[in-house]
Design a protein around this ligand. Structure first.
Ligand SMILES: [Zn+2]
Ligand SMILES: [Zn+2]
Length: 244
């Protein structure tokens, strides 16, 4: 399975890092935060190859590039159907965003099919699981290889969900010394991510969603996580390609 980290920053972008977006096998996009479209263009990805987009939750840093991506697909003359998967209000949110920028999706050259998630479930090619983030938010698992937690406070149920998977991409929005703030804001620290990774026996842990104020502390985040997880750990970088 080929993954391309398009955006790895959390909460808002920095000069070098865009908001969350991960391209899987060139045809499946996980989240579509600020900068995702530009990263796809950087990589010469043919937008027609993207068949489905999974939006983990409705926060600006995870969805803000979507209206422009849809516009671009339309103006490039896309014909094939696009599937957008997300929380129960996904269709309403996407259509509202488009209406607010003066676009009736009925004018698009392609159709959008929506799949609404309202709880844990197996959707065939992947599984989803609700996490703890204040708004409906879903982790995703693809095969036994990849689990992406999206944004979440420490969520014990992720241990079973991620059991024995190869790569766990876990958000780490605050350093360990700010764990209280992390939990108040429904986020996690490296300690939290490492404990889940260790109990789930995953092979590799990727720290993800580090916001700009902490991006210069990346090595510290890794050191903090290493104390509680024996497997391989890395902090994902924009445009990094990873094969599992
Ligand atoms: Zn976020
Ligand atoms: Zn969020």
């Amino acid at each position: 399975m080929k993954l391309v980290f398009l955006g790895t920053s959390g909460s808002f972008p920095s000069k070098d890092r865009m908001c969350p977006a991960i391209l899987v096998e060139d045809n499946f996009l996980i989240d579509c935060g600020e900068g995702a479209l530009h990263r796809l263009l950087n990589l010469d990805v043919n937008l027609d190859t993207i068949e489905s987009i999974f939006i983990s939750h409705i926060h600006a840093d995870h969805i803000s590039s979507l209206p422009m991506l849809l516009w671009t697909m339309w103006l490039q003359g896309r014909k094939s159907k696009l599937t957008i998967i997300g929380p129960p209000n996904i269709q309403e949110v996407v259509e509202s965003m488009l209406q607010l920028v003066g676009t009736n999706p009925e004018r698009f050259s392609f159709t959008i099919q929506y799949k609404k998630i309202d709880g844990a479930g197996d959707l065939g090619e992947f599984e989803v699981f609700p996490v703890k983030h204040g708004v409906p938010t879903f982790a995703i698992k693809i095969g036994d290889k990849l689990v992406y937690t999206s944004d979440t406070a420490p969520c014990e149920s992720l241990i079973d969900f991620a059991k024995n998977c190869k790569l766990l991409i876990h958000e780490t929005t605050f350093p360990d010394e700010m764990k209280q703030e992390a939990h108040i804001h429904n986020h996690s620290s490296p300690f939290d991510a490492a404990v889940i990774a260790s109990k789930a026996d995953v092979e590799i842990l990727s720290l993800f969603h580090i916001p700009p104020p902490f991006q210069n502390l990346e090595e510290k985040f890794i050191t903090q996580a290493k104390k509680h997880f024996d497997g391989k750990i890395f902090s994902a970088k924009d445009l990094q390609i990873f094969r599992i």
